[in-house]
Design a protein around this ligand. Structure first.
Ligand code: 4NP
Length: 155
């Protein structure tokens, strides 16, 4: 199994959106027996909660099923996952601070997989309210991430 963990700050806006979008792409590519998808937050404020209503609305509008509850990222994730895909630089820093050792997982931002993206951080819609804009960025990022994984593993 190739394991992909999306990480943001609260695990209620961006990372559950990316998890849902990526899982739909993986299923459409009939790769769900090869690729496993999860999400987590660096903070613990929303543990156990369903995604933010803005994330639920934009996913529903675009026909993307979602089924996730917030959890906090943990040290074991750095070895359990192959790819830890963060939404911004702060998330990457917080994930890497969980351990002094180099993680087994490849830690990178979602938009680092988009070579022509000028801005590499996905802005937080918890503060901006722009869930549609984030959805567009997440789609582009997830498309490129899946291409990267398919090429890397020849699947
Ligand atoms: P997310 O957005 O990291 O995309 O899930 C946030 C959600 C909640 C908070 C911050 C960001 N919060 O401070 O509660």
């Amino acid at each position: 199994m190739i394991r992909v963990l999306f990480v943001c700050l609260g695990n209620i806006c961006r990372s559950p959106m990316a998890e849902a979008v990526f899982l739909q792409m993986v299923r459409e590519a009939k790769l769900d027996d090869r690729i496993e998808v999860d999400s987590a937050g660096t903070g613990d404020w929303h543990v156990g909660n369903v995604p933010h209503k803005g994330t639920l609305a934009v996913l529903k509008k675009n026909g993307v099923p979602v089924d996730s509850r917030a959890r906090q990222v943990k040290l074991a994730d750095l070895t359990a996952f192959d790819f830890i895909v963060t939404m911004d630089e702060r998330n990457s820093r917080d994930v890497l601070e969980l351990s002094r050792e180099a993680p087994r997982a490849q830690v990178a931002r979602l938009l680092d997989y988009v070579p022509d993206a000028v801005e590499k951080n996905v802005p937080d819609p918890y503060y901006t309210g722009d869930f549609d804009g984030v959805y567009q960025l997440v789609r582009v990022g997830c498309t490129r991430l899946l291409e990267h994984i398919r090429q890397s593993f020849d699947i």
